[in-house]
Design a protein around this ligand. Sequence first.
Ligand code: AGP
Length: 613
Amino acid sequence: MCGIVGYVGPGQALDVVIEGLRRLEYRGYDSAGVAVVADGAITTRKKAGKLANLEAEIAVDPLPASHIGIGHTRWATHGAPNDVNAHPHVSEDGTIAVIHNGIIENFAPLRDKLIAQGVTLRSQTDTEIVAHLLAQQMISTPDLGDALRAVCQELTGAFTLVVVHASTPNKIVAARRNSPLVVGRGVGENFLASDVAAFISHTRNAIELGQDQVVEMTPEAVVVTDFFGNPVEVKEYEVTWDAAAAEKGGYDLFMLKEIAEQPKAVADTLLGRIDLEGRVTLDDLTLDLDYIKNIDKIIITACGTAYHSGMIAKYAIEHWTRIPCEVELASEFRYRDPILTPTTLVIAISQSGETMDTLMAMRYAREQGAKVLAICNSNGSTIPRESDAVIYTHAGPEIAVASTKAFLTQIVACYLFAMYLAQTRGTGYGEAAGEIALELGRMPSKIDLVLDTSGAVNAIAKKLIDKQSVLFLGRSVGFPVALEGALKLKELAYMHAEGFAAGELKHGPIALIEEGIPVFVVVPPVEDELHDKIVSNIQEVRARGAMTIVLAEEGDESIVEFSDHIIRLPKCPALLQPLVSTVPLQMFSCEMATVKGYDVDQPRNLAKSVTVE
Ligand code: AGP
């Protein structure tokens, strides 16, 4: 999950590369570096820490003007995040510079071989060996593209490599296996990046590189082959959002902007997919009707927040379609020898469409004969490109590492699919699904309402700043919301937090309850069969000294006497409540991290898209 940028053209390469890295810094920010080719030589600058550190370095130690350059922001896998391990890495003779996203799984034997041949390695990274392997290869294969193709055939693992050579001041070559790489097609200039956000202000014409491909890019031409030099047909597409959408738009934080965008994100994801009678239409769904009618098992696989949206979707899918539905952590799924048949549908949920765990899980499922439906927010990314069908969420670019609007739209997209299944297969829940479909249309305004609780939520965060641990309870679809609330607090405020199924409390976790421990409780609508049970859970923890922060719908007075704080939610059907109950938990964690002085948009140790297994 590093950020990669390359530029070749009439412009000042350094300016274009630094601007691109700034837009990609959310992908990884342990260190950053650049390389340019000028006067027959390669010059690099690289620095641990944020991009600002690199810019400060360049300010005091400028690079020569150049029209070709590459840049990298790093999320460390091999070797500490320091200056030496920062990319680019250079061959011993200084003629080749390489940047890399991914993990080279066979780097140890290759490294040992290089050392035995007398090569001096300067870093602890897997990437550096590529610079040395290329230098060796170019002795027999002087063409840079051919040399890269030959080296790629030796490597195993996930790697996106971008290379410049001192003797080719107008060509960048790059290779892609698993980790994302996209070309930006300009006029008399071309761009390379791990995400279109890096060049969107220059061009919206993009080419997504596929698996095991090499691109040779000059200002005028882009040539793509496989690892053996065979030409590859590529598809150009237009990026549908603009640079402004990827900016903060007046907010202090991307996360605040993206929390506020949730009503629109949900509305945009619903747009054109529910008619006035509540029928769901998914015109671009490429699963044929016969297949849909014969699905006899659904497995949802995802990671992190996306996994939590799948846990919520399970309740709706089984309720409306009566198809058994399992939810699996992608990093576990393919290693447990799952049972998959041609009538199993695997749903891969991913905001970025590049999460390696999820990508490898869906590849495994397809190898086993199952079909895969992607639920994704990134047009043209790897997961939808390799799936049998895709339902795009329309949340717009999500830049903050902590996922918010993508989460709500993933729930919406899964619900739309569940309703579509129910209506298409004619299960008895078709009407109920239709009513919920109409209710869904009212949710953007309800989400807007719950955004107004930010004042109360922020006040609670300030009161809890010194707490060591926070618990989150929920039942039914409120349970995954509790897990998501805990994840947000962990990843943003670096606090211990745990989400529990409230019914599980008495089977162990209640021992954690002590005087003053904050416990958030997500309470379902009053008419829900689980409402009274969770009110009992609130009493159980309150009786043992917990500080209760209760999320309950307007008008629910039954919780008042047991609540230290109440956050009111707009009334809505139980299955749709996650779309409103999650929002205060997002705001709480965002505020907690802010008052603690942490970097909310780029929390420590994390990256937006985890493109390594
Ligand atoms: C959530 O806030 C995290 N950023 C993380 O758990 C994320 O949801 C997970 O890595 C999955 O990412 P994806 O949706 O891009 O596949």
